[in-house]
Write a protein that binds this ligand. Structure first.
Ligand code: SF4
Length: 243
């Protein structure tokens, strides 16, 4: 079920991982992903779901959940993390990439292209309860980019831990090391979509850069206990070859 909601500012959640931009009145910098947007008062970050209101950064999607349902963990895909179990899969709208081949563009790009954020006000308590009721072993933050709704992930993740659930991200890997450290206490597994080994591909098709994704993969593998799997989606003619 989908419920259209406007951007009522009284329901917003103050964002994590931002700081005032030095010397600029009410201008701030978001430190959540490697775009590291500098955002003027009243403006949105590149993901279009985080807004500077009077010098404070807010998440616009915290109480607008657009997907919440059980799925096999292999469908995330994670093939070596709690195999054979179900994962309660949650998303809100928005993404920090603009991949031309996105399979979930209706929910990942709507905020960017149409300024629309749809979703239901499902609380972290209800999400955890839904996971337990559906006999899931984990909560997956997926379908769109979980980094840009990390406040909801954080609250669900901590509550879920108390009920014996694990937490997994399906991510483009563009989060900062600050974001990884922020999540490290409750994030148990991650699948990073390494879209190609080519800067031009990232720039042209995703409006992003390859190197931060490689840095994220290296940081998670070497500096954290988070289970890591990597997936590459083949886009015929773009990142495959006959060889
Ligand atoms: S999460 Fe959004 S606002 Fe923050 S740096 Fe990334 S694109 Fe910009």
């Amino acid at each position: 079920m989908e419920l259209t909601m406007g951007l009522k500012e009284e329901n917003l959640k103050e964002a994590v991982l931002w700081e005032p931009s030095s010397g600029e009145d009410k201008k701030i910098q978001c430190k959540l992903c490697n775009h590291r947007c500098t955002i003027d008062d009243g403006k949105l970050g590149r993901c279009c779901v985080r807004k500077n209101i009077d010098g404070v950064l807010y998440s616009l999607t915290y109480d607008k959940v657009c997907s919440a349902n059980p799925d096999p963990i292999e469908k995330k895909p994670l093939f070596h993390f709690q195999p054979g179990t179900s994962s309660f899969s949650v998303a809100t709208m928005g993404c920090n990439f603009r991949c031309e081949f996105c399979q979930n563009w209706q929910i990942s790009q709507a905020a960017i292209e149409r300024g629309r954020i749809n979703g239901e006000p499902i609380t972290p308590e209800q999400i955890v309860e839904g996971a337990v009721r559906n006999r899931c072993k984990s909560i997956a933050y997926t379908y769109t980019e979980p980094t840009v709704f990390i406040e909801l992930c954080n609250d669900c993740g901590r509550l879920g831990k108390e009920r014996g659930l694990t937490n997994v991200f399906v991510s483009n890997g563009y989060m900062t090391t600050e974001a990884i450290d922020f999540a490290a206490n409750w994030l148990d597994g991650i699948n990073v979509d390494l879209k190609a080994f080519n800067e031009d591909y990232y720039k042209r098709l995703c409006k992003a850069r390859l190197q931060p994704v490689l840095d994220t993969i290296s940081y998670i593998a070497k500096q954290t206990n988070i289970w890591l799997e990597i997936t590459t989606l083949l886009v015929p003619g773009e990142n495959d070859s006959d060889d």
